[in-house]
Design a protein around this ligand. Structure first.
Ligand code: GLN
Length: 441
């Protein structure tokens, strides 16, 4: 599909539509939708921004490419004055006191945020069912999950409720729902986009990224959000990606894939057949394909979850009802903390806090946490070796199609295992793009 951003920009400039009409149409679609994608609508601020764009156009002033384009924001980003709930009971009434750098850059470019989007609470999940706002329903089949944790963002893009959305990806949360709803989703290189103002889940793999309907739109949004930020010491300088870099496939000479991802009992027959068909197609185009060795699924998943749980237990320790969120008073301070946290965190979040504190505690940390850090180094070294041989690595996003709503919650371990193809790239801090199934050419 072509760039929707460019198409809408032309329509605005040619006065085929007004920005107010565009924004109002999207707000109406979001308001009416039954997929549970909306945590809060930003009607007032969005329409006020649209009026400014219309005034500029009326005066014959030039507008930038992103000016007036409506977008969605996963409800884990600070956007000053808006409810920022992380889809949790604890922060149900919390309002952002400031704006995240990535979102500010989009505001500076004139894009208009219209919705805070439903997601798994604090990014904990692979289905967008772990939320106080009701499970997000898949764009293509409402009986299935949207995927997670950026499920609301993926469905809004897939259904054209937003032109693009900003998700967050720690271990697959942009890529997996993008796959389940057949759109594009990019987890950029770690550090390329500042994390300042993104609620921390696992800081060493958290990434800000776009979901959209074309690679060109992904490129435009990525360029707008990238850059070093004094407020995030892990952020890095990067070069702008020009249009040629993504339209010219000739720079790719060799593609790799992980043998053990495909020759495995856990993968659905259909996903496997589709993937192998894509590989054959690539071979016939003259690109060399190499089968590579990689770590076993259980090692990848347990390394990721050990580190992610450890980091989230530490990051969420500040949510005790003192500075943020619903405080539930008890007889003394310790009891107040305990009651506030046990009543306001979801089962899944508590499972992760308990697990994380366990792997960090004395007597366990050497055996579990430090071992996972060592494994992570080995995973990165494996990637370094692979990229001496191949230009890019191709993988299915998930081993199977999206499950039915309700199924994943019964078996958290099975849900963790469904992240097997995305978490390795997160541990390696590599850029990874989901393309809709059937579009690999
Ligand atoms: N499903 C993974 C998890 O629950 C990834 C989530 C994410 O990237 N935020 O940890």
């Amino acid at each position: 599909m072509d760039s929707q951003i460019k198409h809408l920009h032309q329509q605005l400039v040619n006065k085929q539509i007004t920005c107010t009409k565009l924004i109002q149409e999207k707000l109406d679609l979001l308001q009416k939708n039954t997929h549970n994608t909306v945590n809060s609508l930003l009607n007032k601020s969005a329409l006020a921004s649209a009026a400014k764009v219309d005034a500029k156009l009326k005066n014959g002033e030039k507008i930038g490419l992103l000016e007036g384009i409506p977008f969605g924001v996963k409800d884990v980003y600070m956007l000053q004055g808006t409810f920022t709930t992380a889809s949790s009971e604890l922060l149900k009434n919390y309002k952002s006191p400031y704006t995240a750098t990535a979102i500010q850059k989009l505001l500076d470019a004139g894009a208009i945020p219209i919705v805070k989007e439903n997601c798994d609470s604090f990014g904990h999940g692979s289905s967008s069912e772990n939320t106080i706002f009701g499970a997000v329903k898949n764009a293509l089949n409402i009986e299935l999950v949207a995927g997670g944790s950026s499920g609301g963002s993926a469905v809004n893009v897939a259904k054209d409720f937003t032109v693009f959305s900003i998700g967050g990806d720690t271990g697959g949360s942009i890529r997996q729902p993008a796959g389940y709803n057949k759109i594009y989703g990019l987890k950029p290189t770690y550090g390329r986009i500042s994390r300042y103002g993104l609620m921390a889940y696992a800081s060493s793999t958290d990434c800000v990224g776009p979901l959209a309907k074309s690679v060109e739109d992904i490129r435009i949004i990525l360029n707008a959000m990238s850059g070093k930020d004094a407020k995030d010491q892990t952020s890095i300088n990067s070069k702008e990606i020009d249009k040629k870099a993504i339209s010219d496939g000739k720079s790719v000479k060799t593609i790799g894939y992980f043998k053990n991802f495909i020759e495995n009992d856990a993968i659905d027959a259909e996903v496997k057949a589709d993937f192998l068909a894509s590989i054959e197609k690539i071979k016939t185009s003259g690109i060399e394909v190499k089968a590579l060795d990689f770590f076993k699924s259980d090692i990848l998943v347990s390394t990721y979850y050990t580190l992610a749980m450890a980091e989230t237990a530490s990051n969420l320790s500040r949510l005790d009802g003192t500075n943020y969120g619903n405080r539930i008073e008890a007889d003394n301070l310790i009891e107040t903390y305990a009651l506030t946290r046990s009543e306001n965190f979801s089962e899944e979040t508590k499972r992760r806090i308990v697990g994380g504190n366990q792997v960090l505690s004395q007597g366990f940390s050497d055996e579990i946490y430090l071992k996972s850090l060592a494994l992570r180094d080995q995973i990165s070294a494996n990637f370094d070796q692979d990229f001496k041989e191949v230009d890019l690595i191709l993988s299915p996003v998930t081993p199977s199609e999206p499950p039915k709503i309700g199924e994943s919650l019964k078996d958290p371990h099975a849900m963790y295992l469904s992240d097997v193809y995305t978490v390795g790239f997160s541990l390696g801090q590599l850029p990874t793009l989901t393309v809709p199934q059937g579009t690999v050419t």
